[in-house]
Design a protein around this ligand. Sequence first.
Ligand SMILES: [Zn+2]
Length: 257
Amino acid sequence: MKQTFFDAHAHLDFAEFDHDRDALFIEMNARGIDKVLIPGVSPERWSRQLEIANQYQCYFGLGIHPWFIPSSIDEAITKLEQQINHNLINPLFVAIGECGLDKLRPNFPAQVELCLKQVLLAKKYHLPVILHAVKCHTELIALLTKSKLTHGGVIHGFYGSVEVAKHYQLLGFKLGIGGLLLNPMAKKLHHVVSELPLETFVIETDSPSMTPLNSPEKRNSPLILPSIIEKIAFLRKKSTVPILEQVNKNTLQLYEL
Ligand SMILES: [Zn+2]
């Protein structure tokens, strides 16, 4: 059976892919990378994102990233809800996000408000939520505990301790594992990947960002997914086939596909 890969988080709508997107999708297909989720980042970018997602048959999320705080949060949330309603019948629309918190970026109180409002939309529409979480696990765990989501979601590009990882797992969240795993210095992440049940993980790249260290490419792409699976298999002392199978199952289950 041919192995297939699902990139649970890739911004393939970004301009970095405009010059060779067709060629990249052909290459991905040849390597069995046949499913991708493109997260949303801001109202200004949704129409381009949806155009690309529909054209290449990629799953997508709708949301506002904490790096793109709108001047009026209420207005942006209204627009988001309109967009959600507009897309409810589209089978490619599977999640809210990406949204989240990022302590390395300004305006944390506004980030919290924006994130909470999107988490509540995920709850209202019974959808999983894609979360960006940088140096904010305490605050995010508090927000999620309070929100009592029914469909969980994913902590994308997870970086944290085993203890934090277990907390998210208890809240019904998957952890998105990407190129950082290939960094020999990322010991904390290696530990998480070898300790937690395999049911906890989905694989992703965050392309075009998060290019692995030592990569000859400047731009990240879903083509690195097989190396992530190899690394997970190495860390868990298993062969790649059952690892890939379970990780795929996790992603399909999360997005109810
Ligand atoms: Zn992202």
